[in-house]
Design a protein around this ligand. Structure first.
Ligand code: ZN
Length: 286
């Protein structure tokens, strides 16, 4: 099942993609927000899969971030062997975890910002996993039980802000810098998340071309690691790292400019496509 959050008629709610249409899950008596729908568990998801509410053509609705405000967005640095090579750094002995603020969540086709304060904007195509139930101390062998599904992410990165302090948080958390979607593909339709081609294009030029089999710490190992420290909750989004081919890996470096188009596609999970726009004046909020 492909779960979306969509807006139609000024109203935003969860839906199920069925071919070229979206089935409104709001009519099925299910929770009206994606994290709550996932938290409702297997019986609710079975009802979502069978629901037959109002239908809208996919190209007439706006697809939003599948989870509008994930409780947590976590990410991993240096987690593909080919990306580690391009950075010249050593392979981490433990996963290098950082977070993106949940306010960075952004729609799969919505433009993201070139910040006023940076000229070093970069893309990172990544496999994302979405947590389906509250969990702690999950051994890797049981991690499948807590993963609701998978999605396509761009871990948009502001390199100058990322590198100028000891933590990545500022450079990874600018508003609009976590586009993901276009939907959550439920885990039952992804038999092996570690055998998926991942590709990123900028203006039609292929920049990243890898496969999730090259992950250093795979999805299940990451769940075990993270839940050693804290509870994961329904709707938490975990970005699993990016392969080689990011803009900062080129010489000369190839950062993004306003007007660029970035597309990330993962085998079986669809694609997200976002234009880069100059940060508008309307972001000032005081
Ligand atoms: Zn990343």
């Amino acid at each position: 099942m492909k779960l979306v959050t969509f807006t139609e008629g000024g109203h935003t709610r969860p839906g199920r993609v069925d071919g070229d249409s979206v089935v409104d899950l709001g009519d099925a008596g299910l929770p009206g927000e994606m994290s709550a729908l996932l938290a409702a568990g297997a019986a609710a998801l079975a009802r979502a899969a069978a629901a037959d509410g109002a239908r809208f053509a996919l190209d007439t609705v706006t697809l939003e971030a599948p989870i509008l405000r994930p409780p947590k967005i976590l990410a991993v640095g240096l987690n593909y062997r080919d990306h580690i090579e391009e950075t010249g750094l050593d392979t981490p002995k433990v996963p290098m975890i950082f977070n993106k603020q949940s306010t960075a969540a952004h729609g799969p086709y919505a433009p993201f910002h070139l910040p006023r304060v940076s000229t070093k904007l970069d893309y990172e195509g990544e496999l994302g996993m979405v947590i389906g139930r509250r969990c702690r101390h999950v051994p890797a062998a049981r991690a499948r039980e807590v993963i609701a599904g998978y999605t396509v992410c761009n871990d948009v990165s502001v390199r100058d802000w990322q590198m100028r302090s000891q933590t990545f948080i500022m450079g990874k958390s600018f508003d609009t810098h976590c586009p993901f979607g276009p939907w959550i593909t439920t885990a039952d339709e992804v038999p092996d998340p570690h055998a998926l081609d991942l590709k990123t294009w900028v203006n039609g030029e292929l920049r990243q071309d890898s496969n999730t089999r090259h992950l250093v710490f795979d999805c299940f190992a990451l769940v075990e690691h993270l839940t050693t420290a804290f509870t994961l909750e329904p709707g938490d989004l975990i970005l699993t790292g990016t392969p080689s081919g990011v803009g900062i890996g080129f010489e000369p470096k190839r950062f993004l400019a306003a007007g660029d188009h970035v597309k990330v596609e993962i085998q079986g999970l669809g694609f997200i496509a976002n234009e880069v726009v100059a940060e508008p004046d309307s972001t000032t909020l005081i």
